[in-house]
Design a protein around this ligand. Structure first.
Ligand code: FAD
Length: 491
């Protein structure tokens, strides 16, 4: 164990040695290195509370970052010259920080989870009761606190909204070192501020998530298009149907974005040969991905329902591919790819990712300007490109999360990997895409945003900026929390 810094309470498990500092100085992106001076390994929420209170009350308040799985890209979960809190240590001391309960006098179920918990563990624990949350991310090895600080989106978002739209109550340690319970009714400013608030107002130590009956199985279908306008027309049609599919996403297949990737191995070797011949012919193929849940009661009519939903869609005849898997296997589909990449040493590499919300009015231009003229033409893409629509009315505007000002917008994820030698080429391409949007008048918003200047942040938040700043002054007036976002603590 390293030397404990003299200015930190010595009853806390704090390390300042090079190994500890090094282990929290980078993240999934592997693009930046930011050095804190110490790491807290908390054994309880009280330890975190004590640390924040100590900073708040000291003459020289120091920055503090909660670190979930550190699956950020640009050092968002780090704290230069401050203390990083390894949130996942909370779970080591209290393995039961996931509790399923029902509301008194009603049949509604919910789960109380520690902010450090992984969504996969939430799934495992709730599924034991035949229950599950309704809104997910594609990948489940992210913490509840980390995704609630951003949004938490996947193919279920069009129906249920993002994960931040599916929270009943939270316990928060504010930047003043106070533990506050908040909900839509109690301390609602803090509640809405924290959801999508990029860690600026408090550290989430507990979130209460509503549960529904979990399905047993899923029918999982992929349909191929070469025409972007038919692809998006069908996506938009499918998210407009009331009792339609339970999950709608989409992705691009190109020479360097093959049909199977780390997000899921779906296609058989012979399917891949067939699809690759389409790619040679058309350059870009668009893959619509839909899922229908079912269980013992609905098994009889699920095929008929699927047939009705797929009828009339404009995919390439003959290019439909189907699988049936268990609900848990479907939700955890990315893990297998992760483990395979890890085994090959290809997971721990630079990830210059760019995530955007593109308004519906600009998506055709975005396809032409970004997908066709930049990504396809420059042929640098190595990785997954996602594109799927979500609905604005499933996002509560009182939350901090920022989305475009249109009823429907597209989640676009450029989830690419590079090497130490070439990641900057991909990062420059991202910049080129952002510049293209600006020039073409496409009012896209960054999801998991990354900016360097105050002006850029103000522009990002737009009409929400004043409220965001006021909440900062109210809940973290000394600007202690989540400095790695660079909103109030830019260099
Ligand atoms: P961290 O990176 O550790 O932290 C992110 C931010 O939240 C930091 O500012 C940190 O200080 C703050 N924070 C962390 N914990 C807390 C807490 N308890 N209270 C308050 N603030 C906190 N996103 C999606 O929406 N959908 C996806 O499908 C999806 N898939 C992904 C797949 C992969 C492989 C990766 C790497 C990322 C993916 N993401 C996805 C993005 C992901 O949601 C965000 O990067 C998220 O922040 C990661 O959670 P984390 O636990 O690693 O957070």
């Amino acid at each position: 164990m390293g030397k404990v810094s003299p200015w930190l309470p010595d009853e806390l498990l704090i390390q300042v040695d090079t190994n500890a500092i090094d282990s929290v100085s980078s993240d999934f992106g592997k693009l930046v290195k930011v050095m804190p001076v110490a790491v807290l390994y908390p054994s309880s929420d009280r330890d975190v509370l004590q640390l924040v209170k100590f900073s708040y009350n000291s003459h020289n308040p120091f920055p503090i970052a909660a670190r979930g799985r550190s699956h950020s890209i640009h050092g968002q979960a780090t704290a230069k010259n401050g203390v990083v809190v390894e949130m996942t240590w909370l779970e080591k001391h209290h393995p039961s920080r996931i509790r399923v309960s029902s509301s008194p006098n009603s049949s509604r179920f919910y789960v109380d989870v520690g902010g450090e918990q992984l969504w996969f563990d939430v799934l495992r624990a709730t599924y034991d009761y035949g229950l599950a949350p309704v809104s997910w991310t594609d990948y489940l090895y992210l913490t509840v606190g980390g995704t609630l600080s951003n949004g938490g989106i996947s193919g279920q978002s069009f129906r249920y909204g993002p994960q931040i739209n599916n929270v009943i109550e939270m316990d928060i340690i504010t930047g003043k070192g106070e533990m506050v319970t908040c909900s839509k009714q109690i301390n609602s400013g803090l509640f809405y501020g924290v959801l999508g608030g990029l860690g600026q107002f408090g550290i989430i130590t507990r979130a209460r998530i509503p549960l529904e009956k979990a399905p047993k199985m899923v029918k999982w279908v992929r349909l191929l298009y070469h025409d972007f306008s038919s692809f998006t027309r069908d996506q938009e049609h499918l998210i407009s149907i009331n009792k339609g599919f339970d999950y709608v996403e989409g992705s691009l297949i190109m020479r360097k974005s093959p049909p199977n990737n780390w997000r899921s191995s779906f296609f058989s070797p012979s399917d891949q040969v067939l699809i690759n011949s389409l790619v040679v012919k058309h350059g870009i193929i668009y893959c619509l991905e839909v899922v229908k849940y079912y269980d013992d009661l609905s098994v009889e009519y699920v095929d008929e329902e699927m047939g009705l939903l797929l009828g009339g869609l404009g995919f390439l005849p003959g290019f439909t591919f189907q699988k049936e898997v268990g609900f848990v296997e479907f939700l955890d589909r990315v893990r297998r790819g992760e483990l395979e990449l890890q085994a090959k040493g290809l997971w721990d590499v630079p990830h210059p990712w760019l995530n955007l919300f593109v308004p519906k009015s600009g998506i055709m231009d975005f396809n032409e300007g970004a997908f066709v003229n930049i990504l396809h033409k420059q042929n640098q893409t190595t990785g997954t490109i996602l594109v799927y629509p979500v609905k604005r009315n499933k996002w509560d505007d009182r939350m901090s999360a920022v989305i475009p000002d249109e009823d429907i917008f597209y989640s676009v994820g450029l989830l690419r990997s590079g090497s130490d030698a070439d990641w900057e080429i991909l990062e420059n391409q991202n910049k080129e895409i952002l510049k293209f949007c600006e020039k073409a008048g496409i009012k896209a918003k960054q999801y998991l945003p990354h900016y360097r200047t105050r002006e850029e942040w103000m522009n990002h938040f737009g009409s929400k900026w004043d409220t965001f700043r006021e909440r900062k002054a109210q809940f973290d007036p000394k600007m202690i929390l989540s400095p790695g976002q660079g909103i109030f603590n830019s260099d």
